[in-house]
Write a protein that binds this ligand. Sequence first.
Ligand code: ATP
Ligand code: MG
Length: 281
Amino acid sequence: MTIEMQASESPGPSPVVGSVTRDEAPTKIVVRDLDVYYGSFRAVKGVSASIRARAVTAIIGPSGCGKSTFLRALNRMHELAPRARVEGSVLLDGADVYDPSVDPVRLRRCVGMVFQRPNPFPTMSIYDNVVAGIKLVGRASRSDLDGIVERSLTRAALWNEVKDKLKQSGTSLSGGQQQRLCIARAIAVDPDVLLMDEPASALDPVATVRIEELIAELRADYTIIIVTHNMQQAGRVSDDTAFFTMDEDRAGYLVEFGPTREIFTNPREQLTEDYVSGRFG
Ligand SMILES: Nc1ncnc2c1ncn2[C@@H]1O[C@H](COP(=O)(O)OP(=O)(O)OP(=O)(O)O)[C@@H](O)[C@H]1O
Ligand SMILES: [Mg+2]
């Protein structure tokens, strides 16, 4: 799916790529000179970055440095906050997501989001949770929906655990299952990009491993950007890492962005080194 643009520069659907090495992966999102504000407060400052398709990008940095704000700016969820605004640009497949012709609801189907706390719709069944985003659009038949539910839950590694109780409430599941349900809901609308804001931080170690395995699998089909406070997790799941800082007057700046291996073993900046080695949190 691509967002609909009136501008002629939209490049159309992204190419289908099988197993690509990092250096071959095309760019999915280009962020240029991005400032993100709450009123007059600038939470994210002058960020430029190229995020590769079908790769996992980790966002790390101390609490309050702007990780969630940056993530939400990518699919325009940020603008739902009071007095929120952005300057600079975010290009998805070359098309500016802040162009007036872009429908933010459609954009958010293309760039889905999974939050820290699993948030299934409390009054809905497992089945209805998965198809909630599709029903909003209101085009699919019952048998289409059945197929989408099975495929999305299978893709989210939850189908076998819930296939006999699809009518039960989504909130009757364990925390880890609820988070996989939320991933199934995000996948069901066929997005290109998945934004994940600390998706495993509320889960136990076993459920965390399952989410990490799932990310490794989904990486083949989606561009994934994950915020995490867990350095080991960033090292395990990501291809690239972006480090934001809270350091004095540099709060909200992207200090360093590059291949995860380099960020963790051979960072260019002292601030990055201090953070990844645990000397500063
Ligand atoms: N809705 C909001 N209104 C005003 N300021 C906000 C709002 N949300 C976040 N901020 C401020 O923006 C800055 C960045 O917050 P953000 O939530 O992006 O940080 P974070 O890096 O995700 O932190 P954490 O690791 O604790 O989740 C902080 O100073 C925060 O207080
Ligand atoms: Mg956050």
